[in-house]
Design a protein around this ligand. Sequence first.
Ligand SMILES: Cc1cc2nc3c(=O)[nH]c(=O)nc-3n(C[C@H](O)[C@H](O)[C@H](O)COP(=O)(O)OP(=O)(O)OC[C@H]3O[C@@H](n4cnc5c(N)ncnc54)[C@H](O)[C@@H]3O)c2cc1C
Length: 362
Amino acid sequence: MVDFEVTVIGGGVVGLSIARELSLSGKKVLLIEKNSSFGRENSSRNSGVIHAGIYYPNNSFKNKFCAPGNESLYSYAKERSIEFSNCGKIIIATSKEEEEKLNQIILNAKRNGLILEKLSKRRLKELEPELVGEVGLLSRTTGIIDIHDLMLNFITDIEHSGGLVSFNSEFSHSINKTNHISFFLKKDEKQEVKTKSIINSTGLHSHLIAKKIDGINVDDIPIIRYVKGNYLSLSGKSPFKKLIYPLPEKDGLGIHSTLNLNGVTIFGPDTVDVEEIDFHVTKNIKKKFVNSISKYWPEVKNKKLNYDYCGIRPKNTNNDFSFFTKKLENDSLIINLFGIESPGLTSSIQIGKYILKIFKHQ
Ligand SMILES: Cc1cc2nc3c(=O)[nH]c(=O)nc-3n(C[C@H](O)[C@H](O)[C@H](O)COP(=O)(O)OP(=O)(O)OC[C@H]3O[C@@H](n4cnc5c(N)ncnc54)[C@H](O)[C@@H]3O)c2cc1C
C-alpha cells in the first residue's frame, strides 16, 4: 500500500498548480515544500505579469502554454475573486532601428494567434503622456495578478479535494521499490514515505534534485544557467497606467516598468549571470537602470529609485520549458520540470493540465 499516489516536490506556483489538477482529478496527492510557507522563491520574485504570449517561438512549450494560460488565469481570478488588473502593455520603440524589430514582433505575435495594435507617436502620447518613443505596440490582454492570493487559492483547492500540503519538508532522495517509490525528507532520513509517482517541480533546484531521484540518468538532466533579475521601485506617483516594455534582450524582456496592485511602479528585471542562488539585490545598478529607463522615460533622472527585490531565471539551453518523463519498470512515473522561467506564472494552470494529461495517457 502506498501512502500517496503522487508526490509533488516544490510549493511554488507551478508545483501547486500541478498538485491542484492531480488532486481535483481524484488522485491522492502530497506536496512537499522545504520552506515554512509556499512560494518563497521565484513565485514571489517576479513581475507578476499575466503575459499574452507575444515573443515565444511558435513550436515552443512557452507558446503552447502562455496564451491559454493567460485566459485560464483571468477566468480563475474572476471565479475566485483574486485581485488582478487587465491594464494592458505597451512595447515601445525609441529609434527607427527598433521600429523594424517591432515589425518582427508583430509577425511573431500573429503566428501565435495574437493581434497587437500599432500605436503612432500621437496615439502613444494620448495613452501615456509621459512616455517617449517613436512607435509602440499595444497588447490589451496583458495584465497583473495577486500571485500570493493565486497560490493560496491553489492550496485551498488541493486541500478541499483531499490533498496534503506539507511545509518544512525538504526532499532528500528516493529509492525505487518493487511496486512503488520510497522517499525520505532531510529532517528525518529514517522515515520512509511511499508514493507511486514523483514530480520534481523545484524551480531553481530541479536539475540538482533530479540527481537525487533514483532511476534518473545524469545524461537526461539538462545544463541550467542562472540569470538574476533585480527590481528597483519608484518613489512617488506612477507615471504610467499601463505596463511599459522596451524591446526584448538576450536573456529577458528588457528593464520594463510594471505596476503592482498597490499602484507602485517597479522597474526591472535586469539580466545578470550568476553562479549561485542569492536573493539579495545586486548593489550599484541604479546607473544602469536609469540609462535604460531614460530611453522611454527621461524624467527618471530626477526621481528616486529604491532597491527592492530580485528573482533568478533557471535557463535551459534551448530557452524553453522542458519536461522529462520516465516510466519505471514498477509502473511508477517520474516527471522532472526544467527551465520553468517566465512565463511560468502565466502558464501555471496550463502546465498543471499538461501534467495531468501525461498521467492519463501513461
Ligand atoms: C525575474 C523574474 C521575473 C518573472 N516575471 C514573470 C512574469 O511577469 N510573468 C510570468 O508569467 N512569469 C514570470 N516569471 C517566471 C515565474 O516567476 C516562474 O516561472 C514561476 O514562479 C516558477 O514557479 P515554480 O513553482 O516552478 O518555481 P518556484 O517558485 O521557484 O518554486 C520551487 C519551490 O521548490 C522548493 N524546493 C526546492 N528544493 C526543494 C526540496 N529539496 N524539497 C522541497 N521543496 C523544495 C522551493 O523552496 C520553492 O518553493 C519570472 C521569473 C523571474 C525570475
